[in-house]
Design a protein around this ligand. Structure first.
Ligand code: TMP
Length: 212
């Protein structure tokens, strides 16, 4: 089993990559659970609505951080740990690295405060591999505009932040990956989903989590 986390700016292609990886895992009869943060549990999905809606709730940065961490604590105990204990793979769309990137990088809360709360919320659980789909902020914006034009879906509270905020988020992700190369895989998200899948499968085979 493996605990894989997918991170990146909005529009980086996490969902598509997760979808093709999941087809490949199904083909190999690997049992996996797809989940996300914020969310992944009934409580987490309620917290997600509060965090992402652009309406009345406007949390200050510390309150925002604590809400992400509340969702995470519930997610770890109710979903991630039990699934891993059963021998399943867990694939999560975002996890603790997003709090470092968005709340420390983006909102300028200290790294140390975010890391302490990450440790508390996860009870020390860390991903086996964090996959960063890296694209520049301009490309993320271009893809979001395309999505809005196609679906009419408006940007959420975090997506609506300024470009400088998202640039700090991107740089924080890249810094986290550079500091922990063994546990991170950085993918150039200008590549097609198939190209990214092939790099990812190679990484999973190199670690002997998947057979050839
Ligand atoms: P999503 O759009 O990828 O589903 O993620 C929801 C938003 O929440 C996204 O803009 C990133 C943000 N986020 C944080 O700011 N901190 C966190 O800890 C997590 C998990 C997500």
């Amino acid at each position: 089993m493996a605990f894989l986390v997918f991170e990146g700016l909005d529009g980086s292609g996490k969902s598509s990559l997760m979808r093709v990886l999941e087809s490949e895992l199904s083909r190999r009869r690997v049992i996996y659970h797809h989940t996300r943060e914020p969310g992944g549990t009934p409580l987490g999905e309620e917290i997600r609505k509060i965090l992402l809606c652009k309406g009345m709730s406007n949390p200050v940065p510390r309150a925002e951080l604590l809400l992400y961490q509340a969702s995470r604590a519930q997610h770890v105990d109710e979903v991630i740990k039990p699934r891993l204990a059963k021998g399943e793979w867990v694939l999560s769309d975002r996890f603790s690295a997003s709090s470092v990137a968005f709340q420390a990088g983006g909102r300028a809360i200290s790294d140390q405060d975010v890391l302490t709360l990450n440790q508390f919320a996860t009870a020390g659980l860390t991903p086996d591999l964090t996959i960063l789909l890296d694209i520049p902020v301009e490309e993320s914006r271009r893809r979001q505009a395309h999505r809005t034009a196609q679906t009419g879906e408006a940007s959420d509270r975090i997506e609506s932040e300024m470009d400088e905020f998202h640039e700090r988020v991107r740089q924080s992700f890249l810094k986290q990956a550079a500091q922990d190369k063994k546990n991170w895989l950085v993918l150039d998200a200008y590549q097609s989903t198939e190209e990214m899948l092939s790099v990812l499968l190679k990484a999973l085979k190199d670690r002997q989590w998947l057979g050839s």
